[in-house]
Design a protein around this ligand. Structure first.
Ligand code: NAP
Length: 494
């Protein structure tokens, strides 16, 4: 079983303390951990950002964040009393010296035994700089544990990811680096492993003898919002496929680990990524297609085209949609396509996984051209969380005909429990030293190697954009990708 520390006393240094992620996700998540008793009295948080604030102003900022984004608030004043602020420019060495003084002081006051988590909730351009300064200025020199939590994106391609990793690894060992992929904190993504390995009805069928294809969709109704400066350089393939989509593929396809340890699970995921069939430049279009939204209507409201969004160049070649086919060349999966699609300004917000089982060898109930629906296992990741199993049963009545039915499980049905936010679980894992749901460098490197091929091919070819209307489920080429193999996308709300 996992070896984790049960008493997570720690100092959390939060770089980017005044940013959007901290405000919307991190403070409410820390507060939930506090409320559930998962943070002992021995914790303190130092918020770090450039703007000038004193501790009291910062505490009010945190309070406001919890009141705005949190639920069932009590003991909030006690919670915020653990928060401290340091105005600090991460590019300046002098700031780290002041920070170290505060760190040593709080370490003593809260008896934190030198345990430190450095959470970089800021622009990736600073990741390497901060990691280097932390070492140079003595902050990583501690007798307790030290962990570095890094937000996405980890590099822009394999080359930049290698450079960044080298800088980080000069200050932290691989096992001290917690690379966030918040999809790995989602309840139903974590459930993939349990659905597969705790159910005799699924695991024996989980292979190319019984599964015809797997479809993963992650669609958003939102456009690029305020992220255009970052997004236009990234596009959907780097923003979603290199990390979240490939992580879901790896969890769906991996072999059962011999134990549920971080090392064993990661090692099985890495084997999947190594088995991905490489794509040559000239065949990219056979496996991956891209799209960019034009104007359209979502929930009755007209929305502009991507190229008309603020800070997006009028001739942008950036994809806001990707659909693709992964083939995994191993004994279990040879011949089974894993289709993925992800995009912005689509018809519905949804992340789900549909496992389509092969048709049974013959249809005994065939009548007048009727065909049996295939069995499907749908894993609803968000906004709904649960699973649906699609079966065929006898139509009630005198005739021997079939009708499709569904068996549903929704996490909402369990005693009214709200499943914790992904960030809450990931922060708790990090406090306890459990890195299972964070990405290892080997996974990052293999994913970039695969994705780079596609983005390089696309960079050399002007796309015919826009090619899908906002409010649709993506461009026609995404449907054709499956039609060529005799399949179609199942509806996302199914
Ligand atoms: P953001 O709102 O732009 O916040 C950036 C933070 O960094 C601010 O607190 C800013 O504060 C601080 N900062 C900027 N330059 C600094 C400097 N030189 N020295 C010290 N502090 C500096 O960014 P965000 O949306 O929170 O995103 C943070 C990270 O999380 C990014 O890597 C992003 O990709 C990732 N992420 C964000 C979300 C999300 O929902 N927002 C989701 C997933 C991943 P000052 O201006 O006061 O210095």
């Amino acid at each position: 079983m996992k070896t984790v520390e049960n008493n997570p006393s720690s100092l959390i240094l939060l770089f980017g303390a005044t940013g959007d992620l901290a405000k919307r996700k991190l403070y409410p998540s820390l507060y939930n951990l506090f409320k559930k008793g998962h943070l002992s009295d021995r914790f303190a948080v130092i918020g770090v950002a450039r703007r000038l604030k004193d501790d009291e102003e910062f505490r009010n900022w945190v309070k406001d964040s919890v009141e705005t984004y949190g639920e069932e608030i009590d003991h909030l004043n006690e919670f915020i009393s653990h928060f401290y602020y340091q105005s600090h420019d991460v590019t300046e060495s002098e700031s780290y010296k002041q920070l170290k003084t505060l760190v040593d002081e709080l370490d003593h006051t809260y008896q934190l035994q030198g345990n430190r988590i450095f959470y970089l909730a800021m622009s990736p351009e600073f990741f390497g700089t901060v990691a280097e300064h932390l070492k140079e200025d003595g902050l990583t020199d501690t007798k307790g544990f030290k962990r570095l939590v890094i937000e996405k994106p980890f590099g822009h391609n394999l080359e930049s990811a290698i450079k960044l990793n080298k800088r980080i690894r000069n200050s932290f060992k691989e096992e001290e680096v917690y690379r966030i992929d918040h999809y790995l904190g989602k309840e139903m993504v974590q459930n993939i492993e349990v659905i597969r390995f705790a159910n005799a009805v699924f695991e024996p069928l989980w292979n190319n003898r019984y599964i015809s294809n797997i479809q993963i969709t992650s669609s958003e109704t939102l456009g690029v919002e305020e992220r255009a400066r970052y997004y236009d350089k990234s596009g959907a393939i780097r923003d979603m496929v290199q990390n979240h989509m490939l992580q879901m593929v790896a969890l769906l396809a991996m072999e059962p680990p011999i134990r549920l340890t971080t090392k064993e699970i990661r090692s099985e995921k890495v084997k999947v990524l190594r088995a991905l069939r490489p794509i040559e430049d000239h065949e990219v279009h056979n496996y991956f297609v891209r799209g960019q939204y034009g104007e359209g209507t979502i929930n009755g409201i007209s929305v502009p085209a991507y190229r008309e969004e603020p800070n997006v160049p009028h001739d942008s070649n950036t994809e806001t949609f990707v659909a693709g086919k992964f083939l995994i060349d191993n004994f279990r999966w040879a011949g089974v396509p894993f289709y993925i699609r992800t995009g912005k300004r689509m018809e519905k917000k949804s992340t789900n996984i549909i496992v389509q089982f092969k048709d049974i060898p013959m249809n005994l109930y065939y009548k007048n051209g009727s065909s049996l629906n295939p069995n499907l296992l749908v894993i609803h990741v968000q906004p709904e969380e649960g699973i649906t199993l699609h079966l065929n049963v006898k139509k009630t009545g005198e005739v021997m005909e079939t009708t499709p039915v569904t068996l549903n499980f929704s996490t909402k049905n369990i005693d009214g429990i709200n499943t914790p936010e992904a960030y809450e679980k990931l922060l708790f894992d990090c406090l306890r030293g459990d890195a299972t749901n964070f990405t290892h460098w080997d996974e990052v490197a293999l994913s970039w190697r695969f994705v780079d091929k596609i983005s390089e091919a696309w960079a050399n070819e002007k796309a015919d954009f826009p090619n899908y209307s906002a409010g649709s489920m993506g461009p026609k080429c995404a449907d054709e990708l499956l039609e060529r193999d005799g399949f179609f996308w199942w509806p996302v709300h199914f």
